[in-house]
Design a protein around this ligand. Sequence first.
Ligand SMILES: [Zn+2]
Length: 499
Amino acid sequence: MTYEELMDFDAVMAVYEPVVGLEVHVELNTASKMFCGCSTAFGAAPNSQTCPICLGLPGSLPVINATAVESAVRIGLALNCSIAERCRMARKNYFYPDMTKNFQTSQSDEPLCFNGSVVIELADGESFTIAIERAHMEEDTGKALHVGGATGRIQGAEYSLMDYNRSSVGLIEIVTKPIRGAGERAGEVARAYVTYLRDMIRALGVSDVRMEQGSLRCDVNLSLMPKGSTTLGTRTETKNVNSLRSIEKAVLHEICRQGAILTSGKTVKQETRHWHEDGTYTSPGRSKEHAEDYRYFPEPDLVPVVCPPSWVDELRATIPQAPSLRRAALQAAWGYSPLEMRDVVAAEALDLIEATVAAGCAPQSARKWWMSQLLRQANAREVSLDELPISPQAVAELQNLVDKGILNDNLARTVIEAVLAGEGMPGEIVQARQLGVVNDQATLDEAVAQAIEANPEIADKIRAGKVQAAGALVGAVMKDLGGKADAGVVRELILAKLA
Ligand SMILES: [Zn+2]
């Protein structure tokens, strides 16, 4: 692997305008596949969920999944798209071992949903409008497993295994129009848009939208054009961008890579590139085909899809509120200040806090844990908050232990570290490590007496009325008890003894 030259980001921005295009694939959560009755359940034995239709055997005839069409229309409506009253599926012809039919059933010039737009919000509250070119229906491919190589890629593998369980699971591909005018915020805008899509589609209930499991996948198109120019530059398409954080990174990386190429007088090659999650670099894949290479033609084995306007209107009534409205409602319910809410949204902690509150935690306490210690941990590990190995239920349980006086804040922080280290739920950890606060009066009294005896001058000062000197004795008691005491209670005991 050779690392290509990168140009300083600000230097690129001084000369070029980035143009971003995002293609997002959403795997639908319908019970059966797009054109047959096979189950879509995840994790089944390889090739156990296949039939002649999704294997593309000769003579098999597909029938479109009505629920998948409904899900697609609802996504289109949530993206403010026009919905075609009548559209056809098309064959996209190409050979790849994960697709036995030698073509993918997709849509070409008759997409189901087209000409939409969404308004997204950036972390600082600034809004940005993203125009949607189309959202069309298609089917997923099977999965290849390359065995024997170091990287799991086909290069260097000894052999490959094919699993067609995913073959023909319903997909919706959502394509933006070229996103211009974002300037140096292009990466942020791309990330915020995909976050918006994820939240919106999750609210629709039509997909799990889990990037780490591949039910939401994003390809990032990027080109640079000289500032003031009106001609789009040559774009690259970066594949396998599997987290929200990586979308932003991939945009910034391609800007710096293409900037270096253009500045040195060379031309950018139109190609697909692979994003490497670990190394944060991209490497070239195949050079990009043109649409005409796929020889699209209308699928002869499927009847056209007809969506009567009255049915579309019925579906329109089922579209949940936009994420910005939901945020406003949550902010009011939780009593967060605008600044607190802005930070929560920027940290992508909204869903986590909502789940923590639902598990019985007070909103301000939920915010405190997620936005302080846990956020620091996520940043240190370079993962998003929801990738940390701690659940909202665990955070709610932790706060419950604090509320009951079993943990103080210091001990609670220790328990969080233990949860993150995989030691179990907070209650289990407190038991296993005997971490609870010392509430036993005799133990507390003895520790206080010892501290007074060991520090006679400080004790005299307190007796003489210098109450602020009590801090040193509180510290001594806390040290003696390994931090497992309520400092407020200890202070009161000391003052009472020396009164
Ligand atoms: Zn099947």
